[in-house]
Design a protein around this ligand. Structure first.
Ligand SMILES: [Zn+2]
Length: 244
């Protein structure tokens, strides 16, 4: 499931294409709508970066391709001219490699970078102070677990890392922002950043609460609970005994 760390891996994978003038094709009919191939073909790729849940590919001329992978999309890098089965959404062909995007589901061209996102939790030095400020500027009647998923406040935390980070710092996803101290918010953001960084670097992570409803909490043995939270009704997982 693509979370922020999966996007960072995709950005890293595509680096060999940076600096190259690319041939662009959109084999899949759903990707042909925005005339992406026509507008990008022959341009030089200047950068590929993961920002929050988006992969931003910047081309010369100030054209930015935004790729959002949701649950299904993925990027691969293969030697130029590799045979493949099926129809990818997008192929960016450089001199030696080609970047291939499968299953969309979002490819959009912008004339400028999408920058209305909060600080990136996976930045080399995450700006946790500004993330806390953003959370404080939001509605303080909002639950912490809901606010952590708001990409305008903090970019890149997905449902899994939200649940796991809240468990580490023993904070309930249902605690209201008004009832959480700055130190607690700082701690949960720091926990999310370090767990996600570790996953990005390839270390395995055993889930403590995420998708473990009904099973015992690894810290105290209480049964883990789950319930939909926020406008998007994302499932929150927590231990009712040790996450206050
Ligand atoms: Zn517990």
């Amino acid at each position: 499931m693509p979370e922020g760390d999966a996007l960072h891996r995709a950005a890293r994978r595509l680096q060999p294409l940076v600096g190259e003038r690319v041939e662009v094709e959109t084999p899949h009919p759903r990707a042909q709508v925005g005339q992406i191939a026509e507008r990008l073909d022959g341009r030089r790729l200047l950068s590929v970066e993961a920002v929050g849940k988006n992969l931003l590919l910047t081309f010369e001329g100030g054209v930015v391709l935004r790729s959002h992978l949701r649950m299904t999309g993925r990027w691969s890098l293969v030697p130029r001219g590799s045979t493949r089965r099926g129809r990818p959404w997008l192929v960016l062909r450089g001199s030696r490699y080609e970047g291939v995007q499968w299953n969309g589901p979002v490819l959009e061209l912008h004339s400028r970078a999408v920058r209305r996102l909060g600080p990136d939790v996976l930045a080399a030095e995450p700006d946790v102070g500004r993330m806390v400020e953003n959370l404080r500027r939001d509605d303080q009647g909002r639950a912490v677990g809901d606010a952590l998923l708001d990409q305008r406040l903090v970019a890149g935390i997905g449902n899994k890392w939200k649940a796991e980070a809240l468990w580490v710092v023993e904070l309930s996803p249902w605690r209201l922002l008004a009832e959480a101290t700055d130190a607690e918010l700082h701690a949960v953001l720091q926990a999310a950043a370090s767990q996600m960084r570790s996953s990005l670097e390839g270390r395995r992570h055993a889930n403590r609460v995420y998708r473990r409803a009904g099973r015992p909490c690894p810290r105290c043995g209480e049964r883990i609970r789950s319930r939909g939270q926020g406008d998007a009704n994302r499932i929150a997982y927590w231990c009712p005994a040790c996450q206050r």
